[in-house]
Design a protein. Structure first.
Lengths: 264, 71
């Protein structure tokens, strides 16, 4: 992986970090135990606390005519109810709005840390957090499928989707098995992880380019170009963070909604 | 920089792996926009289905991206 950055030539008494250094943080609390606590854990905890406190402040004493802050928080919940839950799951989706709101806010806060000055690190770019969220979603959609259709009915509807010709099941069933048990959770986790990883590497590269070419190297035009491009990239990553949170939430809704009802 | 055929391979893995999903995403989003323009009242349903489709197509590109670190 360090070869990625080795392409950048640099001079002077300046250390170019390998890529692993961007993502691996030493523990600063409870070292060498299973409770080892590093910057990633701190940030993800902070994301949960910020999201919880925002909504506690907004909805602690709800007013009938909402103030600006309450209206903004209501807009988030409205968006998740109308655009995600109702669209993807129908009227069944209403009871999943709290779950979807929690997932959306947690992922979004984690993604926002990518571009927040002085933090500049998205905890979702470590595999642990997308993998954990996906494990929760994985258990949930199988659980609600079994609860709604019974174990036999759920397996039958998932593995042998009704409406296909009998002979097609030879081809269809292995695909459905792989999709339901392997590829859905894998892609759900890897999508969020890879997008955030790529975003973090790209932002680091552009900032290193600015530093290397403006301070140490003779390539002033390259440095100036990177300097002009960097706000655009930060804005792009802002959009990517929101979009990935939205996609993660809508896929959660689609997977749970799909296991609630057998396919037509 | 020392010559290393592996880094070229890693670059190729991602570059080649992104071709197919790129074409696929172009088709998918283009068709979805066409559908939304023809029938604006179905836009919500089309958008949800589009994101679902994007998720499956994009997964291929992401596999390529992750594999380029492993290769």
């Amino acid at each position: 992986m360090s070869l990625f950055l080795a392409a950048v030539e640099y001079g002077g008494p300046w250390h170019l970090p390998p890529v692993n250094e961007l993502f691996e943080w030493p523990a600063f609390l409870f070292q060498d135990t299973i409770f080892a606590f590093n910057r990633v854990a701190l940030l993800s905890l902070l994301a949960a606390v910020i999201a919880a406190v925002l909504f506690l402040i907004a909805f602690n004493k709800p007013k009938i005519v909402p103030g600006k802050f309450q209206a903004a928080c209501e807009a988030v919940v409205d968006f998740i109810r109308d655009q995600i839950a109702l669209q993807a799951m129908g009227s069944d989706g209403l009871r999943f709005v709290p779950l979807l709101t929690t997932i959306f806010l947690f992922v979004w806060m984690n993604n926002l840390f990518e571009i927040l000055p002085f933090i500049n690190f998205p905890p979702t770019s470590r595999m642990a957090i997308p993998a954990f969220l996906t494990a929760v979603v994985y258990v949930l959609y199988h659980f609600f499928g079994v609860k709604a259709q019974g174990l036999g009915g759920y397996l039958k509807n998932t593995l042998f989707p009704p409406g296909a010709p009998k002979a097609l099941y030879i081809l269809l069933t292995p695909i459905e098995i792989i999709q339901a048990f392997v590829s859905r959770p894998l892609t759900l986790a890897v999508r969020l992880f890879a997008n955030m990883l790529a975003g973090h590497i790209i932002l680091t590269l552009i900032f290193i380019t600015i530093h290397a070419f403006l301070v140490f190297g003779p390539g002033l035009p390259v440095g100036l170009g990177a300097l002009i491009a960097s706000p655009l990239l930060v804005g792009f990553e802002l959009v990517v963070g929101l979009l990935q949170a939205y996609i993660f939430t809508i896929l959660t809704a689609v997977y749970i909604g799909g296991s609630l009802h057998p396919e037509h | 920089m020392e010559g290393d055929i592996g880094s070229i391979g890693a670059g190729l893995v991602y570059g080649l792996g992104a071709i197919g999903p790129g074409i696929g995403l172009g088709f998918l989003i283009g068709k979805a926009i066409e559908a939304m323009a023809r029938q604006p009242e179905a836009a919500g349903m089309v958008r949800t289905t589009m994101f679902l489709g994007i998720a499956f197509v994009e997964a291929l590109a992401l596999f390529g991206f992750v594999l380029s670190f492993i290769v």
